[in-house]
Design a binder for this molecule. Structure first.
Ligand code: 4NP
Length: 167
């Protein structure tokens, strides 16, 4: 994640549509950041690799799962990932390998390679390596997204606290 300390440290969560997984990740991470009193130090955004849902709010099924499990409301409006995000964010967290690849295609020289990681690499209670796309499935899929993201975001926050000693 690099040794330079940026204030605030900027995280970008990325999925395909930016209406299910990545807005859930953004809002869950914000919830954890607020609980930890770190709102001045870490900021979050989210984006989709596709243009399918630009301008749309989070999917109502994703919002229902987040509210049921964590009592949080999902805020946001979908936007598409863009090349300038490589410069504007310190760390880019992809939900699955396809998102990861599609992000890296936009960085052919590999300059920002180290900034792009999979959120599941920060999980400690789950073995899944990707956050499965819940869009065409049922309620269980959305619940799993929340569980994986809480695990991944908690792990990520711990790692940031270790690395950024003044957090
Ligand atoms: P997300 O879910 O990538 O987690 O936002 C999806 C949303 C929309 C579609 C696929 C996945 N779609 O095909 O429209």
């Amino acid at each position: 994640m690099g040794s330079a300390i940026h204030m605030p440290y900027k995280l970008l969560f990325v999925c395909l549509g930016n209406i299910c997984r990545s807005p859930a990740a953004e809002n869950i991470m914000n919830y954890l950041i607020e609980q930890g009193g770190l709102s001045e130090r870490i900021v979050c955004d989210s984006a989709g690799t596709s243009s399918y849902h630009i301008g749309s709010p989070p999917d109502s099924r994703m919002s229902a799962a987040a509210f049921q499990k964590l009592q949080i409301k999902l805020r946001g409006q979908a936007r598409q990932f863009q090349k300038s995000d490589f410069e504007n964010f310190d760390l880019i967290l992809a939900m699955d390998r396809e998102n990861y690849q599609n992000i890296l295609y936009l960085d052919p020289t590999g300059k920002y390679n180290q900034k792009v990681q999979l959120i599941c690499d920060f999980c400690s209670r789950h073995n899944l390596k990707e956050v499965p796309d819940p869009y065409y499935g049922g309620t269980k899929g959305f619940d799993l997204v929340i569980d994986l993201l809480v695990d991944g975001c908690e792990g990520l926050l711990k790692q940031l606290k270790r690395e950024q000693s003044d957090f």
